[in-house]
Design a protein around this ligand. Sequence first.
Ligand code: ZN
Length: 473
Amino acid sequence: MKFLATIGLEVHVQLLTRTKMFCACKTDYGAGENTQVCPVCLGYPGALPVINEEAVRLTVLTGLMLGSKINRFSKFDRKNYFYPDMPKNYQISQYDCPFCVGGAVEITCGEKVKKVSLTRIHLEEDVGKNMHIGELSSVDFNRAGHPLMEVVTEPDMASPEEAFAFLLALKQILNYGLVSRCNLEEGNVRCDINCSIRPEGRERLGVKTEIKNLNTFKGVFQALNYEIARQTEVLNSGGMITQETRRWDSERGVTESMRSKEEAHDYRYFPDPDLLPVLLSREQIQLWEKDIPELPRQRCARLARQYAIPEYDAKVLSADKDLADFFEKAAGLSVNPKAVSNFVMTEMLRLLAEKEMEIKDAQITPQSLAELVKLADEGKINSNSAKQIFAALFEKGGAPGRLMEAMGLVQVSDAGEIEDFVRKAMESNPKSVSDYRAGKEAALKYLVGQVMRLSRGKANPQMARELLKQKLG
Ligand SMILES: [Zn+2]
């Protein structure tokens, strides 16, 4: 029997605020254990929470970017449960009055474009982090109280690929709005999955399971693949799916049962008596509306139009805000935006991936890339040398013109000099010469390569080719 999958996601995003949700503790990543804590985020009796306005702004901004309705009245509730990483035994969250309702994220999956609808976006506080070392267990509360925005989707996705595309699209938008750093290594984005399957042709959704606490997009993809296959096998062998919470074991590549699913009433939600409801004025929301940035899709269309670069380039560049910013600065200084785009898309992305760096840590400036493109356009360097200079700029920075001299990469465009290399190449490769004369075109390419080698990469390759053809012809 063929089954269709139905997937919904709850994405928890650590907001990019300097301080925590309800106190003045710092949110810096990597600080010593339990050094960023105070009576409020440790839940001492009598400590009073104060709402972080910046966290509210970032949540509302997210709703505005995603087309949600903004609730002008919202409130915080206590979600009561016991867990060692939560010292108060309740988490401050939002129950029936979240900041944002509805909205959607447009995703592209293969050729298909579709909208994934959102149920709500609310704000809560993060919990601490349990650590287990050998037989010892401890808790680091630095993360407790960090503002955590939860984006809840409708069950609108039908495959692991769509879920993956959704997470990428959401991450891009949140980056553009400077809402979150969305750094997966630092645990900025974590995700719960709801997944069910039903026989093709049936409307009613099947029994769903929840997979908790995925912290990589790849993990979400793999866990869904596993879970859909598992549910299919259970149903095909006449079994039933039980509604339960499961966890993803990335090492073994399986999901396994944790506990039966809690219902909302298990949490005994009630309004937090220490916090007044949040009332947002129309003026306040309008003011925040001004912060809505150009979003990745809009930017992609504009980049293609404004710089006359292919749609594909525009898409790669706009996927990362920092990359697109860098490209635009360099392209604005150059008369050849396509060449700038080529460098950014090939050399820049390759080096960043190789060295696992972010663009802000690279030493190359938009100015120096524009100059490098100019040197290549003027024929002062060939493309190989340009790549070498790019790598040097990336690593250490500097002026491309001076690097070109210092690295001895000035292109040889002097016909006399190149003729010498051509003669030598022909003399030492008589077989290629006769092959070419016998009609083997490929031999020419080999001889051009030999000229480049003899000139230590500095010969102008077009001139080498022309001269070779003359002499061979
Ligand atoms: Zn604190």
